[in-house]
Design a protein around this ligand. Structure first.
Ligand code: FEO
Ligand code: CA
Ligand code: CA
Ligand code: CA
Length: 604
């Protein structure tokens, strides 16, 4: 007889339909609740949110804006307490400040408040009764609770570029300590209990690129910083609060963002670090797996049209239980970028999404070494240049230009790696690069899921195979693909952004920017066996929001998502909100937990 399915392994929930409701919708038999929202107290004694009395000091003690990455790290042994670690990627000033008109018209105090609303929060949470619901621990003694901000939190640089001339500024002549972190998007929890967080679209915080030194301009431009306008459109004008954001005066300040940040939430007094050995780009996030050899390997995406997939292999080995040692693992190692080759004739990749004659978008790939330790592997670039201008290093070695690599995460069940390639509406349009087997659709609106299998299962190796298990969109659209599963049985999905796994190894995918017209959400599918590709929608988020996180607890009883930028609709304001979620007054980004009413494992 066939073995019975393992508990929690099968995704038996009835999928929810696409919708445009201003609510979090979950399947029958599930419930959801807000864990913490923008403005809720984080530090003991913090005031509640009052949009008419916002200051940087108040915001720096409250939960920040636009929650993105969510990590839940157990504390204690009874499974009742955990540390919720959350990124605050950016701010929607028009939805935060009463009477908002333009970014130029904001007061210095409002700018400082927005800077304090960026960064990360660490919040101790507790389980509610015996359910999968969680809530913040309240009280006067909350030793772990912490806010990290763009405004004033110091970060130490580690690795080969720390202290280099490219990182030195007037405020930090040694080039070893940055103030703040910017645009922290996705991230990951490490096997040694820290959190990694990706600094993504840091370019939008800088002005004055037009007056930067000539030699620097091509480098700024490669990272999306305008070199023609003093005030690029949409610029946040933070230089009015802190002069360092003016590249005309402080051109190296831009080099101090775009890194992977490591935060140790278990040690509230620890200084967070920016790891230069992992390279500088528009980091979506980083997720770590321990290789058979004991080296730790971080997989990473650079979220820009036509940018690259990377991995980092530590020089030292993971030592279970030796936290002090493991905290240094990401400070030195080897940075690689991915170069892919399709196995079908290029003529069969016609831009429509039609499968090639071998029935799969798939092929092989190489990890190209960019830098290891203090050594550059890119002719004409020093190791400091390779790391600080990793995009230029990738260009130099001919890395494969991808459709916006967002979250990249290894499955700890199979060791296979999954990347969300969110979309690329410029693919094969005009003079932009054409299609290839990994990025097979022209003007790609809906994105695809990329699966990478290291040769021999060796995460430290330099060769792999890859395929596209899911090519997203409406299943009625012939350009979509769901691993060959019956398209009549799958949910429509568009613009995958974050990926996660439950303990059975099912793949969970959240979306940002659903180009099919309904709200964003969270989906799940088996990724091995006969149910591979049977994608089902588990949750939708309110109007204007994207779905971030997601995070499934180790006991499979709780699914956390971050509802980011609810009500972010053109023309909306605090006074005229497009969403009033979650409290019925105006929109507030919030972290939500979902659980099964009968207390069983989620998904099943
Ligand atoms: Fe901040 Fe790439 O999403
Ligand atoms: Ca093929
Ligand atoms: Ca993202
Ligand atoms: Ca995104």
């Amino acid at each position: 007889a066939a073995a019975p399915p393992s508990a929690g392994g099968e995704l038996t929930f009835v999928p929810i339909p696409p919708n445009t409701l201003d609510a979090v919708i979950v399947p029958h038999g599930y419930d959801s609740a807000v864990v913490i929202r923008w403005g809720d107290p984080v530090l003991p004694g913090a005031p509640p949110l009052d949009v008419h009395r916002q200051t940087a000091d108040r915001q720096a003690a409250q939960f920040g804006y636009n929650n993105d990455f969510v990590g839940v790290l157990p504390v204690g042994r009874d499974g009742r307490r955990a540390l919720l670690v959350v990124n605050h990627e950016y701010t929607n000033e028009e939805l935060m400040f009463p009477g908002f008109t333009t970014l130029e018209a904001m007061t210095t105090g409002q700018i400082q408040t927005a800077m304090a609303a960026h960064g990360l929060s660490v919040v101790e949470i507790e389980r509610v009764g015996r359910t999968g619901e969680w809530r913040p621990v309240r009280g006067n003694r909350l030793p772990y609770n912490r806010r990290i901000t763009a405004l004033r939190t110091p970060f130490d640089f580690t690795g080969p570029a720390a202290g280099s001339s490219l990182l030195r500024t007037a405020a930090d002549p040694k080039g070893r300590t940055a103030i703040g972190t910017l645009n922290n998007c996705a991230g990951g929890v490490t096997p040694w209990g820290t959190v990694l967080s990706g600094e993504e679209n840091f370019n939008q915080y800088f002005v004055g690129g037009d007056q930067a030194p000539e030699a620097l301009k091509p480098k700024l431009a490669r990272y999306g910083i305008s070199i023609t306008a003093r005030y690029p459109s949409g610029s946040r004008r933070w230089e009015r609060a802190q002069e360092r954001f003016d590249l005309a005066k402080h051109p190296n300040e831009a080099h101090r963002f775009g890194w992977i940040v490591e935060v140790d939430p278990h040690d509230p007094r620890s200084r967070p670090r920016k790891h230069t050995a992992m390279g500088r780009f528009k980091h979506e996030g980083a997720n770590v797996i321990v290789a058979k050899s004991g080296h730790v390997v971080a997989y990473m995406g650079d979220d820009e049209r036509f940018d690259y997939l990377y991995k980092f292999v530590s020089a030292k080995r993971f030592i279970p239980g030796n936290r002090r040692h493991n905290l240094m693992l990401l400070e030195s190692g080897t940075l690689y970028v991915a170069k892919l080759t399709g196995d079908s004739p290029p003529a069969e990749i016609d831009g429509t999404g039609k499968l090639p004659s071998d029935g799969a978008f798939d092929g092989t790939g190489r990890w190209i070494k960019l830098a290891s330790g203090q050594r550059s592997h890119v002719p004409g670039m020093s190791v400091v240049e390779v790391l600080t201008y990793a995009r230029l290093a990738g260009d130099a070695v001919g890395a494969t230009k991808m459709d916006r690599p967002e979250d990249v995460q290894p499955s700890l069940v199979t060791g296979k790696i999954y990347a969300a390639l969110t979309n690329n509406t410029n693919r094969a349009v005009g003079t932009y690069p054409g299609v290839d087997e990994a990025n097979p659709r022209a003007a790609n609106k809906h994105g695809q899921i990329f699966e990478l299998v290291e040769d021999g299962g060796d995460h430290t190796g330099d060769s792999f195979t890859w395929s596209l298990p899911i090519v997203c969109g409406d299943p009625a659209d012939p350009s979509t693909y769901f691993a060959g599963y019956d398209k009549g049985a799958v949910s429509p999905i568009s613009c995958p952004d974050n990926v996660a796994f439950d303990s059975a190894g099912n793949l969970w995918i959240s979306t940002d920017g659903n180009a099919l017209g309904s709200n964003d959400g969270l989906f799940a599918t088996a990724i091995e066996g006969p149910e591979r590709g049977h994608l089902k929608q588990f949750l939708t988020v309110p109007i204007g929001a994207e779905t971030c996180g997601p995070f499934i607890t180790g006991d499979d009883r709780s699914v956390f998502v971050a509802v980011q930028h609810p009500g972010e609709i053109s023309g909306a304001s605090l006074e005229k909100p497009a969403s009033t979620w979650p409290d019925g007054d105006f929109a507030k980004p919030a972290v939500v937990v979902t659980w099964r009413l009968d207390g069983g494992p989620v998904g099943s």
